[in-house]
Design a binder for this molecule. Structure first.
Ligand code: ATP
Ligand code: MN
Length: 429
C-alpha cells in the first residue's frame, strides 16, 4: 500500500485504501467508536476507529498525544469530518510513543513565550504556521537559485575558516586552527572575487556568514545565511538588475508553491514589480532635511532616519551612491565623484536586505583603498595577488536570506525565520 500525504486526500478516492503516517494530535473517545486527529507535514485528517476493525482500540486511544503512528484504512467521503473526508482505520501501528506532559503544546490557543518555543523547537515546528515559514524560505531560495542558474551563474562553496578578516577586524569569531589563529568568515566576498580572476565569470554562493556582533536586535543573528553573487565584466547597475529580478523570482516561486497554505494562514503575497525605485544617499539626506533633521554627509543612517526614509518608500527600493567612508575597501569609487561609490543597498521600508557594489579591479587602487581604511595590505596578499594578473571589472551583492524571508512574511523577529538561531545568549539547541 502506498503512503499518501493528508494534503492529497480527495473525494475521488472514496472507498480506496491508503496508508497515512504522522502524529496523533487528538483523541476523542465515544462509547463504541473513537476518533483520532492524525497530523502529518501537510495537514490533519480524522481517523475513525471501530472495535470490529481495531481489536486493541483501548490501547490505541490510550497512548499520549504526539505519539507517532501509521494508519492503514479506507478513504471515506461521507465522513462527519469538516473536510468531508475521513479515513476508517483497518489497522493502526504505534511506531513510537510520546512522553507526557509535552514541554510545549502544539494546538494551544495561547502561544508559549519565544524562549520556550526555541528550547523545544522540534515541537514548535510541528505547528503548521511555523512549519510553513520554512517551506516558504525553501521556495524563496529555490526561486533565486533557478533564476541565477538560468543566467549562467554557477554555485560555489568557499571556506568558512579563514586567515584574514573580510571587512577588516571587528565582529570576528576567532577559532583555534592547530597552532594558528583563524576566524569564521563574515562574508565570502574575497573568495568570490578571486574566482572572478579565476575566469569563472558568474558565481553565487549560499552559505553561513558569522558576525560576532554584541548587540541583540530583532534583525541580527550571529550566524546567518548569506546569498552572494559576483559577476565579471559588469558594474553596479548590472548587479542591481540581477538582484531585483532574483528577488522577484524568489517571491514568484513562493507564491507558485505555497499560495494555498499562505492564504489559509491569512498571508496575501504580492510579487513585486521591477525595476525597484532607486534613490541616492544624497537624496535621502534631502528627504531627512525636509523633515527637519540635520544629517552629516559620510555617516550611516541611524535606524530612526531609515524609518523616516522608509515612510516614503514602504516597498522594495535601492539606496545608491553611498559615501566611501561607510563602504568596505573593495567598493569602487564613483568616477568623477570620489566622495561616493558605485554601491547600493536594497531596502524594504526601513530594513536593509542586501548590500552590493561594483568592486575595485585595479590592484593599485585596491592597495590605496586598504591604506585609506587603515588596513595592512600585507595581510591580504593572497587576495591582492589575484588582481595583478588579469582581473576583469566586476560587481556583486550579499543578501541576507533570513532578512528577506522575514520581510515577505511580515514577521517581527529574525529568529522566527531561523531554525536554530545563534544570538548573544543562545547557542543551544
Ligand atoms: P546591518 O547594517 O543591517 O547590520 P550590514 O550592512 O552590516 O547589515 P552587510 O555586511 O552589508 O551587513 O551584509 C549583507 C547582508 O547580510 C545585509 O544586507 C543583511 O541582509 C545580511 N546581514 C548582515 N549582518 C547580518 C546579521 N548579523 N544577521 C542577519 N543578517 C545579516
Ligand atoms: Mn550592508
Amino acid at each position: 500500500m502506498e503512503r499518501i500525504y493528508i494534503r492529497d486526500l480527495r473525494h475521488s478516492m472514496d472507498n480506496s485504501e491508503a496508508e497515512l503516517n504522522g502524529w496523533i494530535q487528538e483523541v476523542r473517545k465515544l462509547k463504541k467508536i473513537s476518533f483520532l486527529i492524525l497530523r502529518d507535514s501537510t495537514g490533519t485528517v480524522q481517523v475513525t476507529l471501530k472495535p470490529e476493525n481495531i481489536p486493541d482500540i483501548d490501547f490505541i486511544t490510550g497512548v499520549n498525544r504526539e505519539s507517532v503512528i501509521s494508519v492503514r484504512g479506507t478513504v471515506t467521503k461521507e465522513g462527519v469530518a469538516k473536510s468531508g473526508i475521513e479515513v476508517v482505520a483497518k489497522s493502526v501501528k504505534i511506531l513510537n510513543q510520546a512522553g507526557t506532559p509535552l514541554p510545549l503544546g502544539i494546538t494551544d490557543p495561547v502561544e508559549a513565550d519565544f524562549d520556550t518555543r526555541l528550547n523545544n523547537r522540534f515541537l514548535d515546528l510541528r505547528k503548521p504556521d511555523k512549519h510553513l515559514i520554512f517551506r516558504v524560505e525553501s521556495s524563496l531560495l529555490w526561486g533565486i537559485r533557478k533564476f541565477l542558474m538560468s543566467n549562467d551563474f554557477i554555485e560555489v562553496h568557499t571556506p568558512k575558516i579563514v586567515a584574514a578578516a573580510t571587512e577588516g577586524g571587528a565582529d570576528l569569531f576567532r577559532v583555534q586552527y592547530f597552532e594558528k589563529n583563524a576566524y569564521l568568515n563574515q562574508s565570502p566576498q574575497l573568495y568570490k572575487e578571486i574566482l572572478i580572476s579565476g575566469g569563472i565569470d558568474r558565481v553565487f554562493e549560499v552559505g553561513p556568514a558569522f558576525r560576532a556582533e554584541e548587540h541583540n536586535t530583532v534583525r541580527h543573528l550571529n550566524e546567518f545565511t548569506s546569498v552572494d553573487i559576483e559577476m565579471a565584466f559588469s558594474d553596479h547597475n548590472d548587479a542591481m538588475k540581477m538582484l531585483e529580478n532574483a528577488v522577484r523570482s524568489g517571491i514568484q516561486e513562493v507564491v507558485d508553491k505555497n499560495n494555498e497554505s499562505l492564504e489559509l494562514h491569512g498571508i496575501h503575497l504580492k510579487v513585486p514589480d521591477v525595476p525597484f525605485p532607486r534613490i541616492t544617499y544624497r537624496d535621502c539626506i534631502s528627504i531627512l532635511e525636509k523633515e527637519g533633521q540635520s544629517v552629516a554627509f559620510g555617516e550611516d543612517f541611524t535606524p530612526e532616519q531609515l524609518r523616516e526614509i522608509g515612510k516614503k518608500f514602504p516597498d522594495f527600493y535601492f539606496i545608491t551612491e553611498w559615501p566611501s567612508s561607510v563602504r568596505p575597501f573593495y567598493t569602487m569609487p564613483k568616477p568623477g565623484d570620489d566622495e561616493v561609490t558605485n554601491s547600493y543597498d536594497l531596502q524594504f521600508g526601513e530594513k536593509e536586505i542586501t548590500s552590493g557594489a561594483q568592486r575595485v579591479h585595479d590592484p593599485e587602487l585596491l592597495e590605496k583603498r586598504f591604506r585609506q581604511k587603515g588596513l595592512d595590505p600585507s595581510a591580504f596578499e593572497f587576495y591582492i595577488k589575484a588582481f595583478k594578473y588579469g582581473m576583469p571589472p566586476h560587481a556583486g551583492w550579499g543578501l541576507g536570506l533570513e532578512r528577506l524571508s522575514m520581510i515577505i512574511l511580515n514577521l517581527p523577529n529574525i529568529r522566527e525565520v531561523t531554525l536554530f538561531p545563534r544570538d548573544r545568549t543562545r547557542i543551544v539547541p
